[in-house]
Write a protein that binds this ligand. Structure first.
Ligand code: GAR
Length: 201
């Protein structure tokens, strides 16, 4: 059984989709070992507890990044986590954290990277006027929203869209591809050549 550690900051809908896909048997041989939020107000903590999962808050406010990340590493190791999934975690990770889990950290980002990294990617794309945007699941490296891409899904921008309607269609695709990317990574049926993740399925 592969053990996932999920790190969130807020709503937790991507985490919930992963948890429900594991329950439905769509991510074989996986279990969620721990859910960690860096804010007490993260709604995802309550969702995790309702699902009967271990969920803790490690408040990050006012703590130096490396000291905080050392706490995260400690919790993840204590729970023998094989794969770390960032699911709406809104802090940068320090290089020691990345080195503690080499090619074992995934992130979901609500744009087709490398377009629109950083905060509010859906609004950035909407305001830029692109016709197609989407979402990306990628391995995390030491740069923001940058590591090798596992999966992407495109989403058309419609003439009738607002940033909110566009965001909700992107979110539906996030919920789909994050679980699929986790399934692929846990299966080990891929190889990485430079930046290219080559799927062997
Ligand atoms: C998601 O849209 C996720 O892609 C985004 O935050 C949202 C979290 O929602 N992440 C980033 O922008 C990371 N740079 P959720 O808490 O409901 O999963």
């Amino acid at each position: 059984m592969k053990r996932l550690g999920i790190i969130i900051s807020g709503r937790g809908s991507n985490f919930e989709a992963i948890a429900r896909n594991i329950r439905a048997g769509n991510i074989p041989d996986a279990e969620i070992a721990i859910v960690i939020a860096n804010r007490e107000s993260a709604a995802g903590l309550e969702i995790a507890r309702e699902l009967g999962l271990k969920a803790i808050c490690l408040p990050s406010k006012g703590i130096d990044r490396e000291a905080y990340d050392a706490q995260l590493i400690g919790e993840l190791n204590d729970h023998q986590v094989d794969l770390v999934c960032l699911a709406g975690y809104m802090r940068l990770l320090s290089p020691p954290f990345i080195r503690a889990f080499p090619m074992r950290i995934l992130n979901i980002h609500p744009s087709l990277l490398p377009a629109f990294p950083g905060l509010d990617a859906q609004h950035q794309a909407f305001e830029y006027g692109v016709k197609v945007t989407g979402c990306t699941v990628h391995f995390v490296d030491e740069h923001l929203d940058h590591g090798p891409i596992v999966l992407q899904a495109p989403v058309d921008v419609l003439p009738t869209d607002t940033a909110e309607t566009l965001s909700s269609r992107i979110l539906a695709e996030e919920h789909r591809i994050y679980s699929e990317a986790i399934r692929i990574v846990l299966s080990g049926r891929f190889r990485v050549e430079d930046r290219r993740v080559i799927l062997e399925d």
